[in-house]
Write a protein that binds this ligand. Sequence first.
Ligand SMILES: [Zn+2]
Length: 389
Amino acid sequence: MSFPDFTFSLLHQDGAARRGALTTPHGVVQTPAFMPVGTRGAVKAVTHRDLEDLGAEIILGNTYHLYLKPGDDLIARAGGLHAFIGWTRPILTDSGGYQIFSLAERRRITDEGAEFRSHLDGSRHLLTPERAADIQAQLGSDIAMVLDECIATPADRESARVAMERSVRWAARARRRFLELRDEPGSVPSVRATNPGQAQFGIIQGATHHGLRTESVQATREIDFEGYAIGGLSVGEPPEVMYDVVAHTAAQLPDRQARYLMGSGMPDDLIECVARGIDLFDCVLPTRNARNGQLLTRAGPMAIRNARYAEDPLPPDPECGCVTCRRFSRAYLRHLYMVGEMTAATLMTLHNLYFYLDTMWRIREAIMFSTFETLRLEFRRTFSRRPQH
Ligand SMILES: [Zn+2]
């Protein structure tokens, strides 16, 4: 289903690759799109103005972090996350589930929800599907995600089934709450919804088991969301296994709704998953790796601390048009990184995000001109995951 503030238009298709436009209450996102991760209301090491200059049309906020600090009540009183952080373009928030599984302490999952202790101060919390919907309503993101159960991989079929079925039950509860908040404003007195046009995406689970993925798609589609995400991938499985699951799952999702692959990935993952019908991506890789001194280039990853760059006058990637590559040498970036200057993180983040967003721009162009396969083959020929020398 769709409602006036939120639509997805499919503009062109080249094989399974889709060129689309996602209209949200805070503007249009051209897809396929990459969402930089703004964990706690900021994309680490860069400003919103940098993101706008880079052409980022949507960012992701982490519900778990924002809920713990400064708290969704405070953000709602400020008018919602857009107003609080001063970002006027679209925002997607996750449900908090993934961070509970990866960060929180002493978590316990029951049918009711996820009980956990904060990694910050040990305080005790219970995140239910309803509560995750409430928090995101207060944050007022343009796209909210349902709470799902993430499991460690490789997962045997039985534990993957239990988690998938629980995720479906949670999705139904999250949807009920979302519709209640949207259609009967004020019906939950403790919740101040700050974005009446918010959309909600369901999440397909089932680990690497195709049969479970199919069941999850059927049950989640039946609940009926504005869009669908594929969760539980990029958690250590080989790329080919992930690509197979993505192809299998995406093919069963509705054509006229957006498809979001959560938490992926390497630059080649983006191209390979666009080739299998994905429209939206997010990943901490370009920003996190930049802070750890790893630049991602058309040829592959580059570790700037390598002594061979100490007097290298070339830009990180001679073919790149970003502000860092247009102005600075590998030798200078290495120096900044080695002495611990904050600017090192900023300049390398600017390059990595430019590389990701420029890759998405080239993907969108190629789909429009039906030359996506050429781009994909060129990328396969030139990009290697092995560190460059
Ligand atoms: Zn660059």
